[in-house]
Each structure stands twice: as C-alpha cells, then as structure tokens.
Design a protein. Structure first.
Length: 511
C-alpha cells in the first residue's frame, strides 16, 4: 500500500490577549470562534493568530534576541491587528480609533505592507510587550500543520477588540480564562491543546510563576503532542499506520470515565506506535480505571493492526479482555479474536464519572460491518471512516457500497444534537451538520456527472473517470475508477443505468 509523509509544519504565531487591567486572580482573555465555513478547525475556539507573511521578517523589533523571535512577534502583532483591530505598538498612543481603522484598511487592501505602514506612521514593536509562552506543533495527523509561537500580551488601554469583517472568525469575546475552561469541561466548546493549556494555566491566576507554568509542559517546548483532548473524556491518540494518503495516521480513541477505559481502533502495526499507545493506556489504568475493552469501527487494516499487540500487552492486568465488533467485521478478521458482537442500536455503558452511554450505529457504506458510536449527552459522534477530518472517504466495492453509504450519512445527519464528529483520521469536526451536508452533496454531484457521462456514451469506469474526475491527478485515477464503480452500482439499483453482457455500462434511457 502507498504511504505518504505528513506535511511540514508552517510557521505561525498567536496572541493570548489579556484584558486591560484585568483582575489578576481571574484574568480575562479574548477568545474567538473560528467560522463554521473554514476547512481547517472550523467552529473551534481559539486565539487570534495566523501564518507568517514573508514581509514579517522585515519589521524591526526592539529587544528581540534573534530573527526568528522578531519575525514571530511581527507576525503575531500583525495578525492580532488584522483580526481584532488591536494594535500593540510603541508610539501609537496618539492614534485615534479612526486613524487605526484607516491603517487597517491600508494593510488589508494591500495599499501598504506591514513594515511600510509601521515605518510610515513611526510606530515600532518592542519584544518586552510580547511574553513568549510556548511553541506548539500540530501533530502529524492533520492536512495542515503549524509550528506556532504563543505570546501573552496586555491589551492597550482605550483599544477595543472587535472582529474585522473578513468572515474568518464568527465571534470574539472577553471571557475569564477559568470560565472558558469550564465551558470546555462541560463539552460546550472545542479547542486544540495549546488553547486549552493556556486557559487552564491562566485560570490559576497571573502568578509570579505564570510563564514557568505555561512552559512546564514539554508540548509547549516543541515536543510533539500525542494525547489530544478536544473534548473531556475523549482522548484522540493518532497512531502512525499504513493508511490511504494524504493520511499518515489513524485516530485511536481512548474513551474514559473515572472508572472505565474503552479503546477504539488501535490500528498501528508498528511496534514503536503500539508501545506509545500501551503507555498511554497504562497511565489511564494506573489512575484507577478498569479496562472495558477494545472496539473496532471496521475491518480495514489501518484500524485493527494493533489489536493483538494491545491484547497481549494487557494480558496480565486484564484476564477477560473484550474485543467488540460488528458480525461482518468479526467474520472478515480470522486473525483477531472478537469476543462480543455488536449490532445496530445496542448501547454500551461506561460506568463511572461521568457515566457515558454510547449508542451503536451500524453504518455500512465504507465497509460492510462499519460501526459509529453516538454519545447523546454531549452530542459526540465517533464516525470511524464514514466521515474523516482529513482526505476523502473511499467507497470501494464490494466492501464499499454507495447506496448504503449515503443512507448511513443521512442517518448521521438526522441525529438530534450533534456537536462534534471524531473521525478515523484528522482533527475533530466542530461543524458536524455542515460537514455531513457537504459529504452528501459532493457524492450526489459526482453521481449526477457520472450519469451524464454514461448518457453521453462513456461506457467504462476508465472512460467516465477521464470525463468526470478532471480535478483529480492521474495518479489517483485507479482509485477514482473504484469510486465510479460504486456510483454505477448505485445507479443500477436506482434503475438509471444497466450493465450489458460485454461489461459496458449504459443509460437505461438509451438502452
Ligand atoms: Zn477504512
């Protein structure tokens, strides 16, 4: 199987903006919500920030030790200004609100570059206004990765943070860090690890050791993040697998309460990755939990490759370890001992605090025995490979079935209070209904084009791909032909296409 390497992280910077004269024991920060429409982390809560611009390095920054720090501060200050209209510069006290607005207009319209603008208005940046509080790298499970510098900054007096109307951010608010962290604990918001860490660190107040506390986590010092807790009790633990590009990792999930631990899809066949997962499992068990079992969403090797190793690892601590899967998955995996069969609408309960009930949904399409899990209390859906946060879902017959797949997507979209989707690959999806709608309309759109191609006498998957998949690189054409076959089978079932004795496909209208 083909494998690919994870993308190189791009340099970025973000600002944890503290409210002017904030109460030191309950500091308030400016928290923004990313628009639902954004492909990357749409719907997540975050801090203002963004990617380095080539011109950022041209800005002089007083008291900055080296070029890298200077560039990061320049980027952070520019992004903050662009996104919230807050300008953290020296020499800018005399600027009125109106002048700042026209500066912003100059910058955003491209009339003036960031370095030219600062120079023209005799403004300058000073590193002592920007306290470095960490550098975090997006784990390699994401299509877009950043190496982000975080700075803590006091908002200047008399400047009100307000969002620019570029549509990237949906809302922004001053909120006590502790209150924001509580919202995460109540499963009301989603945030990536550095944002959560900042909220938690600040919730303990602006103490003398604040910066030390920020930097105390190895992840804040550039060490890769392994455990990602987008939501409490659900740890996303990506493991390296031989999977379908652009993915390089499969998400294993560690669902835990105060008493129980359930592992979903330990998929890595690689010893180092199995070892890392075993260590994370041991840590959670070491805190007093019992092992509830391993659940497999579906049959594919990148989701089941580490099951036997984990079972072996837990042999001594757990004599009656359960592996759960759908009957069709169990039947297709003779090398794995499946102890318990799960069927549609069964409910798995993890005892402890909080008590977690997971409703099992049999959702075929990507694989015949595919299962999703739904936690109605928090609106959390574990979608396996039916919906993913990275790349696309392959429907490859006969394991894959397009009609079943669309039906499964409809069922997921009909869940009453979805708030997040945890997929088998890539980051969590915080805009679930929009994502499901996109998936369905993408497939129906392709289906329509395939039907038109058949009506115009394209008779084989190869000919159809050449006409319809003009946006796909020729390297991916073999896989596209599999997807076309899945669409053709659906169109046959719908009565719109039929296959002739010579294998060619024709429209029933012209047949
Ligand atoms: Zn799969």
């Amino acid at each position: 199987m083909q494998t690919s390497t994870a993308p190189i992280p791009k340099d970025a910077a973000a600002i944890v903006l503290l409210r002017h004269n904030t109460e030191p024991r309950h500091p308030e920060v400016f928290l923004v919500k990313r628009s639902d429409k954004l492909a990357f982390l749409g719907g997540f809560h975050a801090f203002p920030g963004g990617q380095f611009d080539p011109s950022d390095a041209e800005v002089p920054v007083e008291h900055a030790a080296d070029l890298a720090l200077r560039t990061a501060i320049s980027c952070a200050a520019r992004e903050l200004f662009e996104e919230t209209q807050v300008l953290v510069v020296r020499g800018g006290d005399a600027l009125t609100h109106g002048q700042r607005a026209s500066l912003l207009d100059d910058l955003q319209s491209g009339r003036m570059s960031w370095p030219a603008l600062l120079k023209h208005y005799q403004l300058h940046l000073d590193a002592s206004d920007f306290t470095f509080v960490g550098r975090w790298v997006t784990p390699p499970f994401s299509a877009r990765r950043f190496d982000t510098w975080f700075f803590l900054v006091q908002a200047p007096a008399k400047q009100n943070a307000r969002l620019s109307a570029d549509g990237e951010l949906e809302s922004g608010e001053w909120i006590a860090a502790g209150a924001a962290h509580n919202r995460w604990e109540r499963s009301e918001i989603l945030a990536v690890p550095p944002v959560l860490h900042a909220l938690k660190t600040l919730s303990e107040g602006l103490t003398d050791d604040l910066v030390e506390r920020f930097l105390s986590l190895p992840n804040a010092r550039h060490e890769p993040v392994r455990r990602i807790e987008f939501r409490p009790n659900y740890i996303c633990f990506p493991v390296r697998t031989p999977t379908k590009p652009p993915a390089t990792h499969t998400n294993c999930y560690l669902i835990h309460t105060s008493q129980s631990l359930l592992v979903i899809d330990p998929g890595s066949p690689y010893e180092d990755e199995q070892g890392a997962l075993a260590k994370a499992v041991d840590e959670l068990l070491g805190e007093g939990r019992t092992f509830s079992g391993i659940l497999l969403t579906h049959v594919h090797p990148d989701h089941v490759g580490g099951v036997n190793a984990l079972r072996e690892h837990l042999r001594d601590v757990c004599d009656d370890l359960h592996v759960w899967a759908h009957q069709l998955t169990a039947a297709a995996l003779p090398e794995i001992k499946v102890d318990q069969i799960l069927a549609d609408e069964e409910v798995l309960v993890l005892e402890g605090e909080p008590r977690i009930s997971l409703r099992v949904m049999h959702t075929p399409g990507h694989a015949r025995g595919h299962l999703c899990l739904y936690d109605e209390r928090t609106g959390t859906l574990l979608s396996g490979d039916n919906i993913v946060g990275l790349g696309s879902v392959l429907i490859d017959p006969p394991e894959g079935n397009m009609r079943d797949y669309l039906h499964s997507l409809d069922r997921m979209g009909a869940l009453p209070n979805l708030s997040v989707i945890f997929g088998g690959h890539g980051p969590a999806i915080a805009n679930p209904y929009r994502k499901i709608d996109e998936y369905i309309s993408h497939r129906l759109d392709r289906e329509q084009k395939i039907l038109e191609a058949v009506r115009q006498h394209a008779a084989t998957p190869k000919e159809i791909v050449a006409q319809v998949y003009t946006d796909v690189s020729p390297k991916a054409h073999a896989m596209a032909e599999r997807a076309v076959l899945a669409h053709l089978e659906k169109l046959v079932a719908d009565g719109l296409v039929s296959q002739l004795g010579d294998g060619n496909w024709v429209s029933t209208l012209s047949a």
